[in-house]
Structures are given as C-alpha cells and as structure tokens.
Design a protein around this ligand. Structure first.
Ligand SMILES: Cc1cn([C@H]2C[C@H](O)[C@@H](COP(=O)(O)OP(=O)(O)O[C@H]3O[C@@H](C)C(=O)[C@@H](O)[C@H]3O)O2)c(=O)[nH]c1=O
Length: 184
C-alpha cells in the first residue's frame, strides 16, 4: 500500500499493492489493518456506491451532505478513468476553497480519500467509466447538496461537460454558505 499526502491536509492518495500473474492481478482494494499499520485511521464506512457514466466528459459534482449527515469518501475506478477532485469546504480552514485533483483509473489503481467537510466531484476521461466508493455516512436526500463545478477555478480539462439538472443549477461557491466548520 502506497500512501501519499497531498497539498490539502487530510486528503490522501492510496495505491494498494497489485499481485499480477498470467491470469491478471489480485489486489486488496480496502484493508483497515493495513492502513492502520501505516498510520492511517479512517472513520467506519457504512455505504458503498457504484456509478457508471456512458460518455467521457460526464461531470458529477461538486457534492456534499450537510452535517449531521456528512460523508467521507474513499473513491476508486472500477473501469476506465476519471479526474477526481476534493475541495476544502470547512469554514476557517487554512486551505478553505482550495482543491486537489488526481487521475484515478483502472490501470493506475489509485484511490482518493476525501474527508468529511470536503466537496467531491469527478469528470470521466473515458466512455463507460465506473466509479466505486465507500462512504462514512448514509445517503440523506434532505442533506444532499451541490456547488457549481466551474465556480472554483478547477482545471477539469473540459468546458462543456455532461451534467445532471441538479448540478447545472447548483449555486456558485461564492454564493454558497458552507455548513462545515474547521476543527483543528
Ligand atoms: C448519492 C445517492 C443517490 N441516490 C439516488 C438519488 C437519485 O435518484 C439518483 C442519482 O443521484 P445523484 O444524481 O445525486 O448521483 P451522482 O450525481 O452520481 O451523485 C454522486 O456524485 C459523486 C460526485 C459523489 O460524491 C456522491 O456522494 C454522490 O453525490 O440516485 C441514492 O439512492 N443514494 C445515494 O447515495
């Protein structure tokens, strides 16, 4: 397991080991003990999500659930490739409004840990991309929210993505009042 810190404190890139042979590869995509032995203790996960996007250039985000339904997410790619983004939305944080993005693909096996208090979104880089992620909180329709994808200067590599109606109508970051507080 390779663990990389990022410019945003708490956001991690994890790359589990892969054991390849003539059949393909085997990998433990999630192992609490391995992470704890490496000094990373993540909250308990209670829900796994799986989405597929037919077309490259499909953008989902930037999403959050307001407290007390906030979610941390451990995101990976099951097929294809995506550019995955976390935004620090904790009011009072030294990195409030800053973002980190990285490519997650079936080939690179990378995972992104997006802690609670961060917005999350991704754009698919290939057709038929599958995204699989573990969440630390249950889905709550009332707590579900979105911030406009193009209101933070994120370099998505695309200017006219395929969006849901909800994401197209989301407020800009500057017009949005974050429900998250920074607790050092
Ligand atoms: C997120 C979610 C949605 N749904 C339902 C609601 C709706 O009818 C349908 C599609 O929901 P959405 O349009 O919100 O799906 P999507 O745009 O894929 O939303 C997801 O985007 C990524 C970036 C995230 O970080 C996730 O937490 C989630 O917000 O699925 C659930 O039943 N459970 C869930 O956990």
């Amino acid at each position: 397991m390779q663990i990389e810190e990022t410019a945003l404190s708490g956001v991690l890139v994890l790359t589990p080991a892969r054991f390849g042979d003539h059949r393909g590869f085997f990998s433990e995509s999630w192992n609490r003990r391995t992470l704890e032995e490496a000094g990373v203790a993540l909250p308990e996960f209670v829900q796994d999500n799986h989405s597929t996007s037919a077309k490259a250039g499909t953008l989902r985000g930037l999403h959050y659930q307001a407290p007390p339904h906030e979610q941390g997410k451990l995101v990976r790619c099951g097929r294809g490739a995506l550019y995955d983004v976390a935004v620090d939305a904790r009011r009072g944080s030294p990195s409030y409004g800053q973002w980190f993005g990285t490519e997650l693909s079936f080939d690179n096996g990378r995972q992104l840990w997006v802690p609670p208090g961060f917005l999350h979104g991704f754009v698919t880089l290939q057709d038929d991309t599958e995204v699989v992620y573990k969440c630390t909180g249950y889905y709550d329709r009332q707590a579900d929210g979105a911030v406009r994808w193009n209101s933070l200067g994120i370099d998505w590599g695309i200017t006219t993505p395929i969006l849901s109606d909800k994401d197209a109508a989301a407020p800009a970051f500057a017009d949005w009042s974050s429900p998250f507080e920074f607790r050092p």
